[in-house]
Design a protein around this ligand. Structure first.
Ligand SMILES: [Zn+2]
Ligand SMILES: [Zn+2]
Length: 441
């Protein structure tokens, strides 16, 4: 989010001494932080020697003790620049907030808390919070240079409505660094800020029962959302078990396992039952679809330029509705399954069909039946072509003098659609993979 990775050279040294390894600190990466809360020095975002940035988009961060391309190393002694007091104050405040691990608060509570505290400091305008007065006070305290370092929008010239309590999508419409700067200025310390937030939460919930209701309703809506998530998975992936849910919907599975185990287990069992009941029932469309296949495959077997191998997916593509390979070959479609098995084409038969089409094209276009014509027209591998020519004792030179009826030629070979090929050629051949891929689409 920051597009920056920052280190404190003193921390690198201290880490190595204290824990044996140096690491990227969380507290250095909160938006707006420019100083080390612990050592007070300026954080580096790039090599001080050659200015190569530590952060690079879509790259892993470098190891903190690795040499830079220029030979610089974070462990080597270097001048450390002390950050300004204000930057250090901000860094310390941010780190305290981070360590306190504050609970999330409703934006109404946060806004009310800012308002109340601003008024206490005299930043008010009649009955309203005096945003302009608060803004001026922050500028007086931190100065434009420091605020620009902390808040990039400020650096880019945003001054109007810098403090705003309007909301977008249930949050106050300000960047995080600005919130932190405002809260630092208003509350002075993380401890005070946390205390004020807690008090404000109490006040808001007692004067506004809907907030309390909302908090109470949370587990219920969480439950619903998690149950919905699991239900959808079980619907899309029928028959998956608890293992699958742990791996693919960890949060929901964990929550339900802890809070609503009965529901989770019954959802899984229900799903398995449904699956088996679906399987055992023969589809109403079985016979109809089997007849469609019976008629359709003859078309698939015709010798044309765009012929495809008559495999299961190409046959299933003939059906008016999508039927998965799994369903088609399981109990729900016995007649369809029979047709699929009956008409499945062997690889050699498919090669034969393609080669016959090639020869008929050579004849039609009156090309010489040499290797360059074959190369132009077919992807049947050379070895397979030779095997077919030898096996059927074809004399291409004389065959192509007259026009060729491919269907007739295929019938004359007398081989079945499941033909295993000429004896002795049961081996993988180059040049197939691509065509087979196309054919099985
Ligand atoms: Zn440090
Ligand atoms: Zn460098």
């Amino acid at each position: 989010m920051n597009s920056r990775a920052k280190i404190c050279l003193a921390c690198v040294q201290a880490d190595l001494i204290e824990s044996g390894y140096a690491y990227w600190h969380r507290a250095h990466h909160v938006p707006g932080v420019t100083a080390c809360w612990r050592h007070g020095v300026e954080l580096l975002q790039s090599c001080p020697n050659c200015s190569h940035p530590f952060y690079r988009k879509n790259k892993l961060l470098p190891g903190l003790t690795d040499d830079c391309g220029c030979g610089w190393n974070a462990v080597k002694p270097a001048n450390r620049l002390l950050a300004s007091n204000e930057e250090r104050e901000y860094a310390i405040f941010v780190n305290d907030i981070l360590q306190r691990n504050l609970p999330s608060v409703d934006y109404q509570v946060l806004a009310a808390c800012y308002r109340r505290q601003a008024k206490k400091h005299g930043f008010f305008n009649g009955n309203l919070m005096g945003s302009a007065k608060l803004f001026t006070s922050i500028r007086d305290k931190f100065g434009d240079d420091i605020i620009s370092k902390i808040d990039l929008a400020y650096a880019a010239g945003v001054r109007r409505q810098w403090i705003r309590l309007s909301t977008t999508r249930g949050q106050l419409d300000m960047p995080l660094a600005r919130h932190l700067l405002i809260s630092l200025h208003l509350f002075g310390s993380a401890e005070k800020f946390e205390k004020c937030l807690a008090e404000e939460s109490l006040l808001v919930s007692s004067e506004n029962p809907t907030v309390r209701l909302k908090e109470k309703a949370l587990p219920e809506s969480k439950k619903k959302a998690y149950q919905e998530k699991i239900s959808i998975i079980l619907e899309v992936k029928p028959g998956v078990g608890l293992d699958y849910l742990w791996a693919n919907a960890y949060q929901a599975t964990r929550w339900l396992n802890e809070n609503d185990k009965d529901w989770l287990l019954s959802a899984i069992t229900r799903d398995v039952k449904q699956k088996s009941s679906v399987e055992s029932v023969v589809s109403d469309e079985d016979e109809k679809y089997a007849n469609i296949l019976k008629g359709g495959v003859e078309n698939l077997y015709r010798i044309t330029q765009k012929q495809v191998r008559v495999n299961i997916s190409n046959m299933l593509a003939l059906l008016p509705r999508k039927v998965s390979r799994e369903r088609a070959t399981q109990n729900s479609f016995p007649l369809v399954s029979e047709q699929l098995e009956l008409h499945l084409e062997s690889l050699w038969h498919f090669r034969l069909r393609r080669f016959i089409w090639t020869i008929s094209e050579i004849a039609r276009l009156k090309l010489p039946p040499n290797s360059s014509s074959l190369k132009l027209l077919t992807t049947v591998p050379h070895v397979a072509r030779q095997a077919l020519i030898n096996h059927f004792e074809w004399d291409l030179d004389s065959m192509v003098k007259e026009s060729i009826d491919g269907e007739m030629m295929l019938r004359n070979t007398g081989v079945s659609r499941q033909w295993e090929g000429p004896p002795g050629y049961d081996m993988p051949m180059g040049g197939n993979a691509y065509m087979e891929m196309i054919a099985s689409k």
